[in-house]
Design a binder for this molecule. Sequence first.
Ligand SMILES: NC(=O)c1ccc[n+]([C@@H]2O[C@H](COP(=O)([O-])OP(=O)(O)OC[C@H]3O[C@@H](n4cnc5c(N)ncnc54)[C@H](O)[C@@H]3O)[C@@H](O)[C@H]2O)c1
Ligand SMILES: N[C@H](C(=O)O)[C@H](O)COP(=O)(O)O
Length: 325
Amino acid sequence: MRPRLALVPGEPAGIGPELVVRAAQQDFDADLVIHGDAAALHRAAAALSLPLHLHRAGETPASPRSLELVEIPHPDQAAFGIPEPANAASVVAALTRAAQACLDGDCDGMVTGPVHKAAINQGGIAFTGTTGLLAAHARREVVMMLANGIVRVALLTVHMPLRAVADAITPDALDGALRIVDAALRRDFGIAEPVVAVLGLNPHAGEDGHLGREEIEVIEPTLQRLRGEGLRLVGPLPADTAFLPGKLRGFDAVLAMYHDQGLPVLKYSDFANAVNISLGLPYPRVAVDHGTALDLAGKGLADPSSLFAAIRTCARLARQRRSAA
Ligand SMILES: NC(=O)c1ccc[n+]([C@@H]2O[C@H](COP(=O)([O-])OP(=O)(O)OC[C@H]3O[C@@H](n4cnc5c(N)ncnc54)[C@H](O)[C@@H]3O)[C@@H](O)[C@H]2O)c1
Ligand SMILES: N[C@H](C(=O)O)[C@H](O)COP(=O)(O)O
């Protein structure tokens, strides 16, 4: 089966459009359907001196490399490196159109480039990230997991102020996230009995309650209950040593309590080849692990490896789901 994947470039002033142009030069085992703005893509192609052929559904492609385009125009051709809040609604519309195509069965999965959260908020749309948008759109609880060839890091809390994190670590939230991670590792990654390491929140996992009580009051009792149902959970572990290579080899994924507890380790270990996978959606969604890199936009310097890895990962997940169904 050759999956049909919706591909969303993301913020037009960032590196997303040029990475899509680079993807258009490659052969993937998938048909890519771009949900975005033709002018932004052609401008990126011109900046990189690369060919780009696009066709709408029903049109005859002018080249075998032509990609189908679902056009969602941006009202403002923002300069490279300068996001324009007037484009917030169209950036979000491209994401929701692609998501709907997946829910309707027109696409088998969705790959997204980077969006600029601040620009979308400045455009008047409350937005904490694409994962949250897709979760609300599909009415599902979703867990963000970033992965490369070295480590998989799932996040209990994601885009919230650090001050709010401790209050968000509740038995219900932890229970729900661990069930989603366990089920996804079994279904989407083919791991029969996944082992998930759960980090503590506090230094040294709370030092027996002397450095914080979340481990004793929330994390440990939740892990015990889920172990009783057969989930293989290790922890709560002190975060500073949980990622040592010797330990990591025993884990299929690590659940971090907050964004910057887990992601710096993952991005340091291999930034170029990591991807961001949304666990719990009714369709596969995979994103790049990097942001809009406004400093590089239009210069031809951005590394497309994460987007290529995201396309390959999404295609594999889509094929797996299709064959399981
Ligand atoms: N997948 C996503 O949608 C996503 C992921 C992370 C950050 N963001 C958003 O992106 C915006 C900018 O975030 P940031 O500056 O913290 O992170 P960033 O990833 O955009 O940039 C961090 C550094 O990495 C470099 N970099 C990033 N991608 C690169 C690539 N493909 N090739 C070479 N170098 C690359 C940049 O030049 C910069 O020096 C923020 O609004 C943030 O929320 C979006
Ligand atoms: N937390 C992600 C990262 O740092 O790579 C990122 O910002 C993307 O999140 P969304 O896919 O939810 O936009």
